[in-house]
Design a binder for this molecule. Structure first.
Ligand code: PLP
Length: 336
């Protein structure tokens, strides 16, 4: 059976504005004196601004509707873009949205403000550990089910095989743009966290015969073989759902762990400089938690000579500039 036939049998609803633009970054390319730089603008997917979760939610929310669910539950940090876009999708589809937010309760700003504007119901898991948040998810899910709700649970980041399929198709979209523009990309760089985007991109690249390198910049995970095995499993489940016999191994997923700074969501000089440079040089906003860190990593690698000037590097913008509004005190006055 062909990929098209299998795709047609997987429920999907339209939530993202696709295809997202593929753009050149000529001024940044000149400024850095390195490889030709391109950007895939998934910050422009729409759904309460934009971001990579919109592509995953097209498949996740379609499954929620197919299962006749009336509410969705997911979890994240207070500046989670996944929570914001899930809240927006739920509002658009008339579903109730419950969000378990980890970390200390604080004033609404950035994504946390938008979650509430979008009508989501917040449940705070104030411990700092991921396990506190997971315990709260279990508790909220049990309560909702006791109340007779038809609940659809979405994992953190929307990172399961269903969500990852959104990024398999995103690669197909990108490859078609590159073919039209006759551009050869040597490396694709993006931020990875819960791993669903990476699973989808690596699988999509294999499916489409993309021969360049795919480099994920970890923004929160330390090297962890269990985590990598999970990403690989998600990719292989998605491959099976798509009816291909491609199977990936953990060493197919190239991840850089050198830019973790002081931890998840902690802005340092790397992020600050990258946010300022992208904004002033190309008029492009990147966020404090994910894309600022990944772009900062890319700039650092370019300055260290990782690519010759005749190479082409594509930064996949995954969209988190809404979180900038919660980082004003770190950004102003700009140090760079
Ligand atoms: C969630 C997110 C990522 C990471 O995607 P995963 O699929 O969770 O690895 C990257 N960038 C932004 C802006 C995100 O919100």
């Amino acid at each position: 059976m062909s990929l098209e036939n299998n795709l047609a049998s997987i429920p999907r609803i339209s939530l993202a504005k696709l295809p997202t633009p593929l753009e050149e970054l000529p001024r940044l390319t000149r400024q850095l004196g390195g490889p030709r730089l391109l950007v895939k603008r998934d910050d422009l997917t729409g759904l309460a601004t934009g971001g990579n979760k919109a592509r995953k939610l097209e498949f996740l929310m379609a499954q929620a509707l197919q299962q006749k669910c009336d509410c969705v539950l997911t979890a994240g940090g207070s500046q989670s873009n996944h929570c914001r876009q899930t809240a927006a999708a739920a509002a658009k589809l008339g579903l109730e949205c419950h969000l378990v937010i980890g970390g200390l309760r604080h004033q609404a700003a950035g994504n946390l403000l938008l979650d509430q504007l979008l009508g989501a119901k917040l449940h705070w898991a104030e411990g700092s550990e991921g396990s506190d948040r997971q315990a709260m998810v279990v508790e909220v899910a049990a309560t909702l089910r006791q109340q007779g709700r038809q609940l659809y649970e979405i994992p953190v980041g929307g990172s399961n095989a269903t969500g990852a399929i959104g990024y398999v198709l995103a690669v197909r979209e990108l490859i078609s743009q590159l073919e039209t523009e006759r551009i050869d990309v040597d490396t694709i760089v993006f931020a990875t966290s819960s791993g669903g985007t990476q699973a989808g991109i690596v699988l999509g690249a294999r499916l489409c015969g993309f021969h360049g390198k795919i480099l994920a910049i970890s923004i929160d995970q330390l090297p962890d073989s269990l985590f990598l095995a999970g990403v690989c499993r998600v990719a292989n489940e998605a491959a099976a759902r798509l009816g291909t016999d491609i199977r990936l191994q953990t060493n197919d997923f190239e991840t850089n762990y050198d830019y973790l700074g002081d931890g998840y969501g902690v802005m340092g000089d790397l992020e600050q400089e990258a946010i300022g440079l992208a904004a002033r040089t190309e008029g492009m906003l990147v966020g404090p938690v994910y894309t600022g860190r990944a772009l900062g990593a890319l700039f650092d690698q370019i300055r260290k000579g990782a690519w010759a000037t005749d190479k082409t590097v594509l930064f996949w913008h995954t969209g988190d500039e809404t979180a900038l509004h919660d980082y004003a005190q770190h950004l102003y006055p700009l140090k760079c």
